[in-house]
Design a protein around this ligand. Structure first.
Ligand code: SF4
Ligand code: SF4
Length: 366
C-alpha cells in the first residue's frame, strides 16, 4: 500500500488539530459504543492517518458509523480529541467524494463559504426583488428546479463514495441483493437509529436533530411540491398547509436554536469544536425557518396584498436558493445519505469476504 507522509497534516486541515498527541493506547476504541469487531474505530483510523495509509482512509466507511457522542474524547488520556478526528475524517471524505473539488476549498478556507453565501444571498435577493413579472410563478419554477440539482449533486457523491469504499478496495462492482440489507439501509436512512447507540443518549441533541430534520423535510415538501403560494392564495390559521408551515418553521427554529446554543456554550463534546461551515449550516436553517414563518404569518393576518409579504417571500426564496446551491452539496448535510449507505456497504464487504456478494468484475479496477 502506498504511503503518504503528508496524510496526517492533510487531515488536520479539516479539524483534528490535537490528534498528534495520540499515543495509540486504544482506550477510545474500547469505550466507543458504536465500534464493532468488523468495523473497529477510531484507533485504527488514527493509526492509519499517522502512518500515511491513504487508501485505508479514503476507503474507510467507519467515519460514517460514528455519531460523535464524544465518549472517546471525554476519556482520552492524552486529550487528543478522537471524536473530532472522526469528524475531520468525514469532512476529508466529503472532499474526496466531491468531484467539483469545492468542498475541499471551503473546508480548508475557514469562512470563505460563509462570505460566498452572504454574497450570493445579497445577489439573489436583489435579483428576485428586481423581477417585475409574476414572482409567484417564478418561485414555483425555481422550487421545482431544486430537487433536480440536488439529485445530480448527490448522485455524483454516491457514485464516488461507492468507487472509494467498494470498487477500489474490493476490485470490482459488488452489491448485496438481500432484501433485509436493503430494508435496513432505508430504516437507517429515515431514522438514523444508531444515534441512540451511544451509551448515554443525549436527548437534547437527539430531539434537536429530530426537530430540524422533520422541519426541514416538511419545508422541502412544501417547497418542492409548491404547496405554498403566499402571493396568490390567502390561507387561514389552521388550514392543512398552515399547520405544515407552522410546524416546519417552528421545528427548524427551536431545533436549530438549540443546536446553536450548544455550540455557543460548548455544552457537549460534539459541540466543543465548530467549523465555520457548522455555523453557516445552522444560521441558514434558522433563516429559512424564520422567513417561512414570517411569510405565512403576513399572509394569514393581512392577506396576499401586504407589501412586506412580497419582500419577505422573495427573501425566503433567495435563502432557499443559496441553501440548495451552496450549502446542501458542500456541507455535512449530506451525512444523512452517507450514514445509511455505510451500513449497506458494510454488508457488501461482509458478503464479499464470504464470497456471496453479487459481483460484476472489472478488468482493471485496482
Ligand atoms: S486517541 Fe486517545 S484514547 Fe485513542 S488511542 Fe489515542 S491516546 Fe488512546
Ligand atoms: S465520538 Fe462516539 S461514536 Fe464516534 S468514535 Fe468517539 S465514542 Fe465512537
Amino acid at each position: 500500500m502506498k504511503v503518504n507522509p503528508e496524510l496526517i497534516d492533510e487531515i488536520k486541515k479539516y479539524g483534528a488539530f490535537d490528534i498528534s498527541a495520540c499515543f495509540n493506547c486504544g482506550n477510545c476504541t474500547a469505550v466507543c459504543p458504536l465500534s464493532k469487531e468488523d468495523a473497529s474505530f477510531p484507533r485504527k483510523l488514527i493509526r492509519a492517518g499517522h502512518v500515511g495509509m491513504e487508501e485505508k482512509i479514503t476507503s474507510a466507511i467507519e467515519p460514517w458509523h460514528c455519531y460523535y457522542c464524544g465518549e472517546c474524547s471525554a476519556t482520552c488520556p492524552r486529550e487528543a480529541q478522537p471524536g473530532e478526528y472522526m469528524m475531520a475524517l468525514r469532512r476529508y471524505l466529503i472532499a474526496k467524494y466531491d468531484i467539483t473539488g469545492l468542498s475541499s476549498i471551503f473546508y480548508k478556507n475557514g469562512w470563505l463559504q460563509t462570505w460566498l453565501a452572504l454574497g450570493l444571498l445579497a445577489a439573489f435577493y436583489w435579483l428576485y426583488s428586481s423581477y417585475t413579472g409574476d414572482f409567484g410563478v417564478l418561485a414555483g419554477r425555481i422550487e421545482l428546479a431544486f430537487p433536480v440539482y440536488v439529485t445530480v449533486a448527490l448522485g455524483g457523491y454516491i457514485i464516488n463514495m461507492y468507487r472509494y469504499a467498494i470498487v477500489k478496495p474490493l476490485g470490482g462492482i459488488k452489491a448485496s441483493l438481500k432484501p433485509a440489507h436493503i430494508y435496513e439501509t432505508f430504516v437507517h436512512g429515515f431514522t438514523q437509529k444508531n444515534f441512540n447507540g451511544c451509551e448515554e443518549t443525549d436527548w437534547t441533541r437527539w430531539i434537536a436533530h429530530l426537530l430540524v430534520m422533520s422541519g426541514y423535510v416538511l419545508t422541502l415538501l412544501i417547497s418542492n411540491l409548491h404547496l405554498l403560494s403566499p402571493l396568490d392564495k390567502h390561507y387561514t390559521l389552521f388550514s392543512p398547509v398552515s399547520l405544515l408551515v407552522w410546524y416546519a418553521g417552528l421545528a427548524i427554529i427551536v431545533g436549530g436554536g438549540s443546536m446553536s446554543l450548544r455550540r455557543v456554550f460548548k455544552s457537549a463534546e460534539s459541540s466543543k469544536f465548530s467549523h465555520p461551515s457548522d455555523w453557516l449550516f445552522v444560521v441558514t436553517m434558522f433563516l429559512i425557518g424564520a422567513s417561512l414563518l414570517a411569510t405565512h404569518y403576513l399572509n394569514v393576518v393581512y392577506g396576499t396584498s401586504h407589501p412586506l409579504l412580497d419582500q419577505v417571500y422573495r427573501f425566503n426564496i433567495a435563502v432557499e436558493t443559496v441553501w440548495i446551491l451552496l450549502i446542501v452539496p458542500f456541507t455535512k448535510w449530506i451525512h444523512i445519505f452517507f450514514r445509511p449507505l455505510a451500513v449497506y456497504f458494510q454488508h457488501i464487504r461482509k458478503e464479499a469476504e464470504a464470497g456471496t456478494a453479487f459481483t460484476l468484475q472489472l478488468g482493471d479496477s485496482k
